[in-house]
Design a protein around this ligand. Structure first.
Ligand code: NAD
Ligand code: MG
Length: 399
């Protein structure tokens, strides 16, 4: 019998983390779990760790460690508890696991995702902010270490599936031969047909009510503003070594076509499926084999029709700002992501109006453009700029 693939899940209590555990539970002989990490929800983490017999958990503080111990009660074989941000890097590097699901939300997930890449593991990358903030460093690390990189974001997983076989699971240095364009689909989110200026009263509940996907709060808001699609364009640029002008976005409200690759001969290859993240997660876990994910059949007759339209950048300032940042370079991408994280957190806490999110990003990009050009060659360089951009974003919006 083949030994199981040992997996560590960074961010196991989140939407992607829970879906990953769901897929793993369907294949007890094929996968084992070494470590789980979470920032909150210690009850859920304790339950997950118990169910999969995790050897290690990594959590943020002594206070959460106490909560974890209380939740564990007197069950047998309590996992080793590691505490603090550095613990995430340690579990990502730990040779006890061969594959890492990087499913922490935000730039907080960058050091651990990078550590997994440095250690030459199979990296299942859901944390798109890592690539937005540090795409060049991340991809160079994958190349040097020989890590296996599998995109989990549904659009990038779709593109990966549609690319030629020899381009797989690595860090390409140029666009795949014969590819003319990558076409990312976007549902358009809950406010698809509304004007940006009319959205100032939008509440966190409305913004998080995505029509097709069930996700964490931050990415749900990003999907509503379509900053998410902007992050994904930047992500695609790094993952597939594609110049910005060869990446386009099309609105597709049904979220059935997850993205497409257009070839020089005019062929367009698409990946279709239900909007359920267990498909790309199972693809990444099982690669190169296909394994069951729990996702049901796609009933195209029930879907009836598939619509496509051009995004209106005038009504989607966050998407327009993302294209601007990608053109301006890595520093601008760090600032875009940092400002958005600050703005979305403030919006979710009802301290910032929905329509101010784009303003905070715009102000922070202006701040960054006024800074002298600096080297962004190490994780430390990126983190320093990220922190300064967060301060600039807070100053800009008095939040
Ligand atoms: P989520 O908010 O549901 O879960 C986030 C996880 O990260 C939780 O386990 C949380 O405890 C942990 N976490 C939060 N802040 C942390 C910090 N500062 N340090 C350490 N851990 C922290 O988020 P999600 O929806 O699962 O998304 C995770 C990542 O995957 C994001 O980068 C998102 O953009 C990406 N992604 C998600 C989906 C989806 O369907 N949910 C789809 C594509 C990509
Ligand atoms: Mg996506």
């Amino acid at each position: 019998m083949v030994a199981p693939l040992v997996v560590t899940i960074l961010g196991s209590t989140g939407s992607i983390g829970q879906n990953t555990l769901d897929v793993i539970a369907r294949h007890p002989a094929r996968f084992a779990v070494h470590a789980l990490t979470a920032h909150s929800r210690m009850d859920l983490l304790a339950k997950q760790a118990f169910d999969v017999k995790a050897a290690v958990v990594a959590i943020p503080s002594q206070a959460t460690a106490e909560r974890f111990k209380t939740a564990w009660a007197d069950a047998p074989n309590r996992p080793v508890i590691l505490v603090g941000a550095q613990a995430l890097v340690e579990v990502a590097r730990d040779p006890a696991s061969q594959a890492i699901m990087a499913a922490i939300v935000g730039a907080a997930g960058l050091p651990s995702a990078l550590a997994a890449a440095q250690a030459g593991k199979r990296v299942l990358l859901a944390n798109k902010e890592a690539l937005v903030a540090a795409g060049s460093i991340f991809m160079a690390t994958v190349r040097e270490s020989g890590a296996e990189l599998l995109p989990i974001d549904s659009e990038h997983n779709a593109i990966f599936q549609c690319l030629p076989q020899h381009e797989r699971a690595s860090a390409p240095q140029g666009p795949a031969a014969g590819v003319r364009r990558l076409i990312l689909t976007a549902s358009g989110g809950p406010f698809r047909n509304q004007r940006w200026a009319d959205l100032s009263k939008v509440t966190p509940e409305q913004a998080c009510a995505h029509p097709n996907w069930s996700m964490g709060k931050k990415i749900s808001v990003d999907s509503a503003t379509m900053l998410n699609k902007g992050l994904e364009v930047i992500e695609a640029h790094h993952l597939f070594a594609m110049p910005a002008e060869k990446i386009s976005v099309v609105i597709h409200p049904q979220s059935v076509v997850h993205s497409m690759v257009e070839y020089e001969d005019g062929s367009v290859i698409a990946q279709l499926g239900q909007p359920d993240m267990r498909t790309p997660i199972a693809y990444g876990l099982g690669f190169p084999e296909r394994i069951s994910s729990g996702v049901g059949m796609l009933d195209l007759a029930l879907a009836g029709r598939l619509d496509f339209s051009q995004p209106d950048l005038k009504q989607l300032p966050c998407l327009a700002l993302s294209f601007q940042a990608l053109k301006a370079g890595q520093g601008a991408c760090v600032a875009l992501n940092a400002a958005n994280e600050v703005a979305v957190a403030a919006f979710l806490e009802r301290r910032l109006a929905y329509t101010q999110i784009s303003q905070v990003i715009e102000d922070t990009l202006s701040w960054q453009a006024g800074q002298s050009t600096r080297q962004l060659e190490s994780l430390g360089d990126i983190i320093a700029l990220d922190e300064q951009a967060r301060s600039a974003a807070r100053r800009a919006s008095a939040i």
